[in-house]
Design a protein around this ligand. Structure first.
Ligand SMILES: *Cc1c(COP(=O)(O)O)cnc(C)c1O
Length: 229
């Protein structure tokens, strides 16, 4: 666990360094540990260090961990590709507070429906496939504004912003154009009056670049937990 402490310290330092580099307040950058394939014990360790929100990318795994950690005040963000038939499980969990990976209108409508059934609102981010990579989910950049407009009509959804996964590259500098692109769409939406506040971009390999380009949420897995089982 000493290792986890050191990693957390290091990631926090790097967030501060990157924020300072571009004159941003590091307090405006939220560190979201991605706990997929990691043990509840490790999650609990970070929880005891003051982190209360974690990200998972599979519904079943999220439910199991939530069960094991049910006596803690942990909140969850869902960050993986979500099948419509599994949306109901997430909406039943009041501590699943955000779905970051809304990648189609059909999915958005299903989340809205299930939110209504459970009489609760939920925060969402729109996932944008900025690289156009066929293996990735998300709206095409040129279709995103239109989708924001449509999703804005769904009254149980609190549309908070945008999320993306940059393609894996050796040199994180190569991800910069993708982050810039997402930040541009974010700015455009805000100019049109949508009041988006969250830009979820950057993972272990590239979160420092993402912060330089405006990330408000960085999703760090291995950089905190170590390599996955
Ligand atoms: C796994 C995952 C991450 C974290 O990846 P690391 O490289 O371990 O930091 C971030 N976002 C999503 C959507 C993921 O699935």
């Amino acid at each position: 666990m000493e290792e986890l402490k050191n990693r957390l310290q290091k990631v926090k330092e790097k967030i501060t360094v990157s924020a300072n580099k571009v004159n941003r307040d590091p307090r405006n950058i939220k560190l979201l540990p991605i706990s997929k394939n990691q043990s509840p014990e490790k999650i609990n360790y970070f929880y005891e260090q003051g982190i209360e929100t974690f990200g998972e990318n599979r519904v079943q795994e999220l439910r199991e961990k939530n069960e094991k950690l049910k006596n803690k005040n942990i909140n969850w963000h869902f960050v993986g590709h979500l099948q419509r038939n599994k949306v109901k499980y997430l909406l039943r969990m009041n501590n699943c507070i955000m779905i970051q990976s809304v990648d189609s209108l059909r999915l958005a409508r299903e989340i809205n429906k299930r939110a209504s059934k459970n009489n609760r609102e939920i925060s969402i981010l729109i996932e944008v496939n900025v690289s156009g990579d066929q293996s990735k989910f998300g709206f095409k950049p040129e279709k995103t504004m239109k989708s924001i407009k449509k999703i804005d009509q769904l009254s149980w959804l609190n549309q908070k912003g945008l999320m993306t996964l940059a393609p894996y590259v050796e040199d994180p500098e190569e991800s910069r154009p993708y982050f810039k692109k997402l930040a541009e769409i974010f700015q455009e939406a805000n100019e049109q009056g949508y009041q988006l506040s969250e830009l979820s971009m950057g993972m272990t390999n590239d979160y420092q670049i993402a912060i330089e380009e405006g990330a408000t949420i960085v999703r760090v897995g291995r950089g905190l937990f170590g390599s996955r089982r």
